[in-house]
Design a protein around this ligand. Structure first.
Ligand code: C2E
Ligand code: MG
Ligand code: MG
Length: 504
């Protein structure tokens, strides 16, 4: 539209101008010697030459504007619009078209830590690497932000494209230098293709590659994933489950059970961990390992998590001197409103902050350490403790433990079980405990089922033990009874009775 105006406007002005000159010259007496016919021919020639010249400038302007509209200004790569146009123009019926969508991992952190100027440079460097790898077979596009696409048309396009993407991931394993900075950045790749007998539109290819790219992210990043129809089917199933979870929350289908933690030496109950249960009206009980990840994906975990926190603080208020542990998801910790909402719940329920312990996993912190650290500072400001849950399942380093200064480390059941079976795992468990001690943290062994595991945890220096050897998770009413019984036993012992004060 703009291009057309650039061509038409000067032509209209010039036409009017030449018309006026022609009429003026024709009517003028001084030039009566020149015949009107030759004057008209001269005017028409100049007019035609001007139209031709301006037309050429206009057309080249239109082309330039068209190109500008299809080019990304940061990397000078063709953009999303160009991708659709190219596929529409170049792919013939029956051609294999493959599309890879590449998203840089944790790129937001680069912007947050080093500023957008360096972030932009890093994007440019990545685009140069990609272009080098693509030439001459494939075409590279920047879709926006930290997202690139590569397309290829022709026989075995998918196989070649996957090879290019894998080489790109290998290249990213080496740091990228920009000035004095060295960046190690990852990427997640999703691939899709239309085959000879099944052609797919460019928008659908993009959607499929996007779905596959998210599967790569969920699968641990730095990988390529091909789209499969199962992804769509799973998404539908997840959407149904998510709707059911919303209904469950609104209709009181959730309950909180509590699993006691005992002191490693005295075996007295010192804490309880709140564990969410979903009892569906059809009598089916669904475990948190199934529904929590779904609620995390949809964001419903924020509402569910607050419900659990409020319910647990209300229930545990009556259990004097007992610490309450509540699990917090990564999505909750990433929510900047969470610390304030937690403060409101403490105020509303009157639950003492120093008796509350939030259990978080390493993924909470790895995904967005800057926001997590800020939230943890506010949470600690209330006097609430923070524990690292499931230690031994991830990659938490000493630096990581020091950075977040947890009050407690919970050794995952897998580590506790393996420590009883092989020397290497035992050494790892012992060194984890010494490290936690050196950093001033408490240590709990999780999932202890046998006396041998409990003895190992105790001698290794754990100060709390949690597991079915002692107690399973139970409804709040049973916890009340259990604590009352334990008090009675202690009273009996104090009065010279013969019953031991053991909780087991
Ligand atoms: P977790 O926080 O590590 O909780 C411990 C899990 O180990 C619980 O499973 C518990 O029942 C189980 N467990 C305890 N002792 C033993 C044992 O001796 N043997 C075995 N085999 N298992 C034992 P559960 O209740 O199924 O919870 C699973 C996970 O779901 C929890 O792991 C936690 O990550 C998550 N979860 C539970 N409730 C919530 C919640 O309210 N919010 C969030 N965000 N996550 C929750
Ligand atoms: Mg836990
Ligand atoms: Mg755990």
């Amino acid at each position: 539209m703009q291009g057309a105006t650039i061509v038409v406007a000067p032509l209209v002005i010039l036409s009017v101008l030449f018309g006026a000159i022609s009429i003026a010259v024709y009517l003028s007496d001084e030039v009566a010697l020149i015949s009107p016919a030759s004057l008209l021919i001269a005017c028409i020639t100049v007019y035609a030459a001007t139209i031709f010249g301006l037309g050429r400038v206009g057309i080249s302007n239109i082309n330039r504007l068209e190109k500008l509209g299809q080019t990304d200004s940061l990397c000078q790569l063709p953009n999303r619009r160009a991708l659709h146009i190219d596929i529409a123009n170049d792919a013939k019926v029956g051609d294999e078209v493959a599309l890879a969508l590449i998203d840089l991992d944790s790129f937001k952190l680069v912007n947050d830590h080093h500023g957008h100027a360096l972030g932009d440079q890093l994007i440019r460097e990545c685009s140069i690497i990609l272009q080098d790898l693509c030439e001459p077979e494939a075409r590279c596009y920047r879709l926006g932000g930290d997202e690139f696409a590569i397309t290829m048309i022709g026989p075995v396009a998918g196989t070649i494209l996957e090879g290019i993407c894998r080489t790109f991931l290998e290249r990213l394993a080496r740091p990228i230098s920009i000035g004095d900075h060295r960046f190690t950045i990852g990427a997640s790749v999703g691939l899709s293709r239309s085959t000879v007998d099944h052609s797919i539109s460019s928008s659908e290819l993009l959607r499929r590659s996007d779905v596959a790219m998210y599967a790569s992210k969920r699968g641990g990043r730095m990988r390529c994933t091909w789209f499969s129809d199962d992804f769509d089917r799973n998404r539908e199933a997840l959407r149904d489950l998510d709707n059911e979870l919303r209904y469950a929350l609104a209709n009181g289908e959730f309950v909180v059970h509590y699993q006691p933690l005992v002191d490693a030496d005295t075996r007295k109950i010192t804490a309880v961990e709140a564990l969410l249960r979903w009892n569906r009206p059809d009598g089916q009980a669904i475990g948190p390992n199934v529904f929590i990840p779904v609620a995390e994906q949809s964001g419903l975990i924020n509402a569910i998590g607050l419900w659990v926190l409020r319910k647990a603080c209300t229930d545990a208020l009556q259990w004097d001197g007992i610490t309450l542990s509540v699990n917090i998801s990564a999505a909750q910790l990433r929510n900047p409103e969470f610390p304030v909402q937690m403060g409101h719940i403490l105020e509303e329920t009157g639950f003492p902050a120093e008796r509350l312990d939030l259990e978080i996993t390493e993924t909470c912190l790895v995904l967005d350490p800057v926001v997590a650290e800020r939230s943890l500072d506010v949470i600690r400001g209330f006097g609430v403790n923070v524990s690292l849950d499931d230690f031994g399942t991830g990659y938490a380093s000493i630096g990581f433990l020091r950075q977040f200064r947890f009050e407690k480390l919970k050794l995952d059941r897998s580590l506790v079980v393996q420590a009883g079976e092989d020397d290497g795992s035992r050494a790892m468990m012992l060194s984890s405990i010494s490290m936690a001690r050196a950093l001033g943290m408490g240590v709990t062994a999780e999932g202890v089922e046998t006396q041998a595991q409990a003895d190992l945890a105790r001698t290794a220096g754990c100060d709390q033990i949690q597991g079915w050897l002692y107690y399973k998770a139970m409804p709040s009413s049973e916890i009340g009874d259990l604590l009352n019984k334990a008090d009675e036993k202690i009273v009996l012992v104090n009065r010279g009775g013969t019953i031991e004060g053991s909780a087991a």
